[in-house]
Design a protein around this ligand. Sequence first.
Ligand code: SF4
Ligand code: SF4
Length: 527
Amino acid sequence: MASQHLDEQISRVFNRPLTLSARLRTFVEAGRGYAHLSAVPLTYLAVSPGLLELLREFLQPRYLSDLVGIELSGADRHFFTMLHRTGVLVDAESPDPIHALQTSEQQSRTLLLYPTSVCNLRCVYCHATSGPEAGPRLSHEQAIVAVDGFFDTLDDTVRAVMLGFHGGGEPTTHFDIMLTAWDHFQQRARQGDRIAAVQTITNGVFGPTVLETLRKPEWRVVVSYDGPRQGAQRPTATERDSRARVVANLRALRKAGKIVTTRATLTRDGLDSLRALVDDAAEIGIHRVQVEPASIVGRGANLRDGPPDPLAFAEAFLDAFRYALRAGVQLSTAAWSHPRVGNGRYCAAISGTRALTPDGFLSACTEVGDGSNPDDPFIVGRQRLGQSLELWPMREAYLQSRIGYDLPDCRDCYMVDTCAGGCASRARAQSGHTHDRDERHCIMSRHINPRLMADLADGRLLPDLGWQPMAAELDGSNSALAGISGRLVALVPPFARSRWNADADRRPVFLPPKDAPCFFHLPPEAE
Ligand code: SF4
Ligand code: SF4
């Protein structure tokens, strides 16, 4: 019965006109051909020249049976069936809509608030101009109005809502406003029968009262923490070392059973300390570390040592990535972008974020924490108390037109779906224009992504069970086709899991548990 079902699937692949996915991107790494598909599922291919040539035959609709004949081995049939199932080859007449699924189609929305531009640290590279004496704070009234405005304009189809807090300054220095906003947000979510979640970024320099709240399971917390470089790079506003307090809070969060995530920043002098950062994370029990090169805007522009060279950063990241896998730490960086389904937009700033700043402006970008320069292209509106919300649609439309597919330097790049030109704010800091590509990011992106994609395709890097990974392989020993060899690895991104599994043809025999890890690991011989 099962074999008859399989035969039907195979015959469907061979006896219909198929075309090559328009999103298949090819690249060469270390002299070998590869391709990837930034779609559902995320697919990585190592391809021989013969296989690539065969795939290119499908730029026009073709029948597989016409091109490869029928005397195929079982491995051939399995491999071509997998090319079809993963959407590398799609039905010319009725493409499966699963491959076009986008994260943005999820029925969830986020409200982002910047409670204050006041900060209790004076980090050497901070993009904001925060300091202990700086700026206004969001009022309770402003927060309530923002929450109400958010819910009043929500579409009925939105079933999950998230409240997020970010800087400008350190959100927890204005903690009562966070509690007010979260209380009201939950109330409104309950009224609409929606699932509510909350998250904050913090520098980790907070006392027991804040800790008591943040350790609760519903709070998702990301802590900015530079590990061994904390003392040098993140002194308190009174020039004291902040490390002991932050580490104590990280340990407490870990003890409370939370997934502990940190964000670390490296200046040029810190580049050699990346492995030490991983060791420190492993010792504290930090699960995930996102590491980024120091900003080149704001205070970062005046760094003594400056941001690291992008190529040197990329090399250090690749080295530390494997080191971290062995230590049980998930290391990531923004330039490593391929493991997500892209839409040509680099970040939320290009997708319509409207975060309320403490001085009542709406900012699309986390590096623009207040409206001190209302002409900044990232300021997209204003919310004055007692007046209706003022949106500046021309500003938003211009920002949202910064799409990788339209940037002359990026549109033909194999990374365009997810890298998409990199950060618009940093592009502006380099060239003066938001709609240029971020050159520093470009160097990192083109160094990190092809190596890790090739590693995945060739099996030097293995996806965790949470991705529901699929693989198929053709080589001279199992294929009846001369010169055709390749390896395919496909991953189902978590947001698409339930839609993917709704079809019995796609569902794996054994479903992984819901909380199965969704990162990567090394093959046993490389550990
Ligand atoms: S434009 Fe750059 S700094 Fe601003 S939100 Fe996007 S990635 Fe972040
Ligand atoms: S910034 Fe560079 S790597 Fe990124 S999409 Fe543009 S050209 Fe490609």
